[in-house]
Design a protein around this ligand. Structure first.
Ligand code: RM4
Ligand code: MN
Ligand code: MN
Length: 424
């Protein structure tokens, strides 16, 4: 299904008056908004190919129908999102869930939808059919050299696919760890992992980055070999300039101060990118901003401050991606909600009065500092985000338009009710 620009234009016409009234009010509240709107127009958040189908839990899966059956259909789904919000201009592939066969055809298709290929993801947490070695006891950390070799070769294969598609980064997330005390020699597991990562790093083209994602637990429940930002930092520091830490919001121990982690990584030029989602208990992979919008804002506040301090390009210099799983919502609607929440947090962070905050910090004026941040958080910036969409030909209200066009029903009639997307 394709959404035509005149369909979007007539949707926008119907909402224009109301939108303009809101915008006038927001501009009067914030003051200078043109620079913010331009940054919002430029900002793109990559969509993970594995979030386009129903995730399910280990207890059950309830497919909603019309799930993409191939990499081409996944690209089409992201194309739909991008047409609606003009903020989802990239797709992140996971190998071997999305093995490209005809690179040129896939690149052309992505180009038609205005999409780029974001980070490539390797998978050494599942055994593939016909694989000689098993990852039951880990991949890059494995005590068995043959397993490590297979896992390294897989990552290099993923880089090769990515080169063909024009991607410029590899995300490595390892399920490696141990489930019981005594199972693993932590030091040897670390050293094996480092050695394996070095081999992967050596295969990176000069313009590529390697993102090393950490996760405190799951699927192993006693130790994880890249468990937290300190451990990821320790590896990426040794690997070299092209290696950076990737922060997935759902991968921390409860109450971790993620905004502080982000600030320090950024300061040391070791922050690579993000996986946005929200959670209450663990790696819940819920819609970004669904539970803790203030935390999301505080993270963006540090990002904006830290990126500006380094003179970085907000849109290009870090990898922005959603990593979510949809069990009871339509994945496409949920992704639209996530992108919206991320954009709102970013817009709020852009509207923080930084000079005043700096003075308040310098004067130890704690009350004032809190007032400044909370004032930005409590200002309704949705009209700015909508204005950015309007100016770039996207929909004023993407979820509403998605529903009024009955996109899911269209996808079901095109693809069938019982289609299953590859992924988790
Ligand atoms: C992991 C992690 C990775 C993702 C897999 C599917 O928990 O977040 O980023 O590739 O899930
Ligand atoms: Mn992730
Ligand atoms: Mn995760």
């Amino acid at each position: 299904m394709l959404i035509q620009s005149n369909t979007i234009a007539s949707h926008n016409d119907g909402l224009l008056k109301k939108h303009q009234n809101k915008l006038v009010f927001t501009v009067s509240e914030i003051g200078e908004t043109e620079a913010i709107i331009q940054k919002l127009i430029d900002f793109q958040i990559a969509i993970p190919s594995w979030a386009l189908g129903t995730g399910g839990t280990r207890f059950g899966r309830f497919p909603g129908g019309g799930e993409p059956r191939s990499i081409e259909e996944k690209i089409e789904d992201v194309g739909l999102l991008h047409a609606l919000n003009n903020a989802s201009g990239a797709i992140s592939l996971h190998i071997p869930w999305d093995i490209p066969t005809d690179y040129n055809a896939i690149k052309n298709l992505a180009g038609q939808h205005g999409l780029k290929f974001d980070a490539m993801n390797s998978n050494t947490f599942q055994d593939q059919a016909n694989a000689e070695q098993t990852y039951k006891f880990g991949s890059l950390q494995n005590v068995n050299k043959a397993v490590r070799k297979q896992a390294v070769a897989h990552n290099i294969e993923v880089i090769k696919h990515g080169i063909e598609l024009g991607s410029e980064s590899l995300t490595v997330w390892l399920a490696d760890g141990s489930s019981f005390p005594g199972q693993l020699n932590f030091r040897k597991a670390y050293q094996n992992t480092l050695e394996s990562l070095e081999e992967i790093y050596d295969a990176l083209p000069s313009n590529w980055k390697l993102f090393l994602e950490y996760k405190c637990a799951e699927p192993n429940f006693y130790s994880t070999t890249v468990a937290d930002w300190g451990q990821s930092y320790s590896y990426v520091q040794k690997l070299g300039d092209k290696a950076k830490t990737l922060v997935d919001l759902g991968h921390h121990l409860p109450n971790a101060n993620i905004e502080q982690i982000v600030s320090i990584l950024l300061m040391d030029n070791k922050l690579g990118g993000f996986h946005f989602n929200d959670s209450k208990y663990g790696d819940d992979d819920l819609t970004a901003g669904a539970l803790k919008p203030y935390q999301l804002f505080l993270i963006f506040n540090e990002l904006v401050e830290g990126m500006d301090a380094r003179g970085m390009n907000h849109a290009k210099d870090l990898g922005w991606m959603i990593d979510a799983s949809h069990n009871i919502k339509d994945p496409l609607e949920d992704l639209l909600q996530s992108v919206e929440a991320i954009m709102i947090a970013y817009a709020q962070a852009l509207s923080v009065d930084r000079k005043a905050l700096e003075i308040a910090q310098q004067e130890n004026d704690v009350v004032k500092a809190q007032e400044i941040l909370q004032n930005a958080f409590r200002t309704d910036v949705r009209a700015l985000v909508a204005e950015a969409r309007l100016r770039s030909g996207a929909a004023l209200n993407p979820v509403e338009l998605y529903r009024s066009l009955a996109v899911r029903n269209n996808l079901i009639s095109e693809r069938g009710l019982k289609t299953i997307a590859t992924g988790l």
